[in-house]
Design a protein around this ligand. Structure first.
Ligand code: HEM
Ligand SMILES: *[C@@H]1O[C@H](CO)[C@@H](O)[C@H](O)[C@H]1NC(C)=O
Ligand SMILES: *[C@@H]1O[C@H](CO)[C@@H](O)[C@H](O)[C@H]1NC(C)=O
Ligand SMILES: *[C@@H]1O[C@H](CO)[C@@H](O)[C@H](O)[C@H]1NC(C)=O
Ligand SMILES: *[C@@H]1O[C@H](CO)[C@@H](O)[C@H](O)[C@H]1NC(C)=O
Length: 586
């Protein structure tokens, strides 16, 4: 045994003396400079258009210096946007609303490279990486293969055991509700919405996606490919197939629409619903949204058909799909992102804000975006519906829940039940802890760069220590012990364990890294381009107006018998007291 380890040490010594460490493993290039290796030991940083120069792109040019002096920190900007309500109420009524929204959008968009750059295979620009859309793109190249340590040159020789890491720092001890009042209606929207563009291909490892639309394409409603779409379509008046249960519209049975869906083997055939996204039988919250969008699609088809009696099935379908995409984007920006941001600035879905600035109407989903969106702490301990407490065992893959309660009662229940706080650690229900383990493991095989490298990429100061990352001293010590160096902390654990902002759902990094990807994906949609953003695209003023005035409440209540409490946050005091408005007032 002793000799073996002696020889091993000798070999390691020989190895390190004979082959130089790849200098890019030190991440020498600051401020988004690009590291290129020359010879065995040399490198150059390409600082072109970074505003910096010098060997490591660390010397600011004159105008950069001025800009940096004037630029407020994300903390200050966030504070201003989430305080001074009187000021923002004034802004809301003036042209300043649009002006500030434009600034928010352009500042965020500048952080997302377009055309896209790297992917999991290519840490340098390549045509293959650009044109092969089966890959998720990446903002930062992978950690070079030949680095001495898993995270580059810092930290320990082996990364912490994933099971131990998640059990200790991510597993829920006691349910901690989100202080922003986020509810399950929001959580299921998050999952439903993002699973149109996050569809990781698990059979082919290496950062591939099955979602080739790379954005808001409503493939979760219509299916990823044309074959599935045609199976789901009624081929009459542009509509989608459905089944009626006690006079109400639900997605059709798989026995009638034989598309591939993921269900447990023992689930009876008549309980299998056919939906655009094959995973959406997993949760009643997802099949509820699928039902709502199905009803909305067919409702809009009727509206269009009334105005365009000569249009064929195809044109009614295609135009309705564009309207549905517009509705989704509107609701996500003006209600979902609005809620999440906590901003007092009223966000506005007005694509014309970007018509006179440099902006490209294209998007490529990033692997980092997919990782950061693993918001499983949102999930509660059990589900409270109409006086019943339903455990996970009776909730997962149980499509009977949807039909048994109906859309109204589910919306009401999900809108009233608090979701968990995402950031701050120790809030993932045991049942989904495995998903956190998977994503950390995938982050390792994809060789994602350290959390601090991503902080820098998004113009945030890298953390100097674990105690700066989190106020929980026990956690800080534990992480220090496991990782050895704050610069070796991994991407996903960093996001989840960072201290949350006061009374907020998560910390600074999740917002500063998530918002650019999110807004680029929403506004980069072709329907927001000058060529598309006009009435004719949506079948005239009626359709255009459906897009521009869509709300979550209308989405639900124009498609249900009665209008439940519906919002992305749990009811506040005023709302509890507020009488239910009749449908006519919507
Ligand atoms: C009880 C509820 C949930 C269960 C059982 C669940 C389960 C899962 C599972 C099994 C995966 C695949 C993991 C893997 O093997 O890589 C996954 C992926 C994912 N989940 Fe969840 N999840 C739930 C709720 C949510 C919610 C509320 C969100 C909110 C955004 C979410 C976001 C994601 C994302 C972004 C992925 C990656 C998808 C992909 O890359 O294809 N999940 N989840
Ligand atoms: C650039 O970075 C390398 C590696 O981190 C370091 O050794 C070198 O001193 C730096 N050069 C300058 C000019 O700061
Ligand atoms: C913002 O202004 C619009 C009209 O410009 C008004 O309808 C809306 O209620 C205002 N919202 C807030 C939160 O003040
Ligand atoms: C993308 O790359 C993968 C891996 O090299 C390959 O299998 C696949 O065929 C490529 N896809 C396209 C559309 O070229
Ligand atoms: C499915 O949900 C229904 C309605 O809540 C319930 O009666 C039934 O027991 C559940 N099925 C399973 C297998 O848990």
């Amino acid at each position: 045994m002793k000799e073996v380890s002696f020889i091993w040490v000798l070999l390691m010594l020989l190895r390190s003396s004979s082959s130089a460490v790849n200098p890019c493993c030190y991440y020498p290039c600051e401020n988004s400079g690009v590291c290129v290796r020359f010879g065995p030991e040399d490198y150059k940083c390409d600082c072109t258009r970074t505003g910096f120069n010098g060997q490591n792109c660390t010397n600011p040019e004159f105008w950069t210096r001025i800009y940096l002096m004037l630029k407020p920190s994300p903390t200050v900007v966030h504070f201003i946007l989430t305080h001074f309500k009187w000021f923002w109420d004034l802004v809301n009524k003036t042209f300043l609303r649009g002006t500030i929204m434009r600034i928010v959008l352009t500042v965020r968009n500048e952080l997302v490279p377009t055309p896209p750059t790297y992917n999991t295979k290519y840490g340098y620009l390549s045509w293959e990486s650009y044109q092969n859309t089966s890959y998720y793109t990446r903002l930062l190249p992978p950690v070079p293969e030949d680095c001495p340590l898993p995270m580059g040159t810092k930290g320990k020789l082996v990364l912490p055991d994933v099971i131990m890491l998640t059990e200790r720092f991510l597993k829920r001890q006691k349910f901690r509700p989100d202080p922003q009042g986020t509810n399950l209606m929001f959580a299921f929207m998050a999952q439903h919405f993002t699973h149109q563009f996050f569809k990781t291909s698990h059979k082919s490892k290496g950062g591939f996606t099955k979602a080739l639309g790379h954005g808001v394409d409503a493939s979760n409603i219509y299916g990823e490919d044309l074959k599935r779409q045609h199976q789901l379509r009624l081929h009459e008046d542009g509509k989608l197939k459905y089944q009626l249960i006690s006079g109400e519209m639900y997605p059709p049975k798989v026995s009638e629409v034989p598309v591939h869906m993921v269900y447990p083997e023992d689930l009876p055939a008549e309980q299998r619903l056919a939906i655009g996204q094959e995973m959406f039988g997993l949760l009643p919250g997802l099949s509820m949204y699928a039902t709502i969008w199905l009803r909305e699609h067919n409702r809009v088809c009727d509206v269009l058909k009334a105005e365009h009696p000569t249009w064929d099935d195809e044109q009614l379908f295609q135009t309705t799909r564009l309207i549905i995409i517009g509705e989704i984007i509107n609701i996500i920006i003006e209600e979902y992102v609005q809620h999440l941001s906590g901003y007092n600035l009223k966000l506005t879905y007005d694509p014309s804000l970007l018509f006179n600035v440099r902006f490209q109407y294209t998007n490529r989903i990033a692997l980092e975006f997919c990782h950061l969106y693993h918001w499983h702490p949102l999930m509660p301990d059990s589900f409270l519906i109409d006086g019943d407490e339903i455990p996970y065992s009776q909730f997962l893959y149980n499509t009977t829940v949807l039909v048994h309660y109906g859309v109204e009662k589910l919306v009401d229940a999900f809108s009233r039940q608090p979701a968990g706080q995402i950031g701050g650690g120790r809030n993932i229900h045991e049942l989904v802890l495995r998903v956190a383990q998977t994503i950390i493991t995938e982050g390792r095989s994809a060789r994602l760069q350290p959390f601090n490298q991503y902080r820098k990429k998004f113009n945030l100061k890298p953390y100097a220590s674990f105690s700066e990352l989190t106020d929980d001293t026990e956690m800080a010590h534990g992480l220090e012990e496991l990782y050895g160096d704050i610069d070796a902390l991994e991407f996903y654990p960093g996001l989840m364990l960072e201290k949350t902002r006061p009374n907020s759902i998560f910390g600074e990094s999740m917002v500063e890294m998530g918002a650019p990807f999110s807004l680029k994906g929403l506004f980069g949609n072709p329907i927001n381009s000058p060529e598309y953003w006009k009435p004719s695209t949506f079948g005239g003023e009626t359709g255009f107006s459906i897009v521009k005035t869509s709300t979550l409440k209308k989405l639900v209540c124009l498609n249900t018998k009665w209008c439940p409490y519906v919002d992305f946050h749990v009811p506040g005091k005023e709302e509890e007291a507020e009488p239910r408005k009749p449908l006519m007032e919507l």
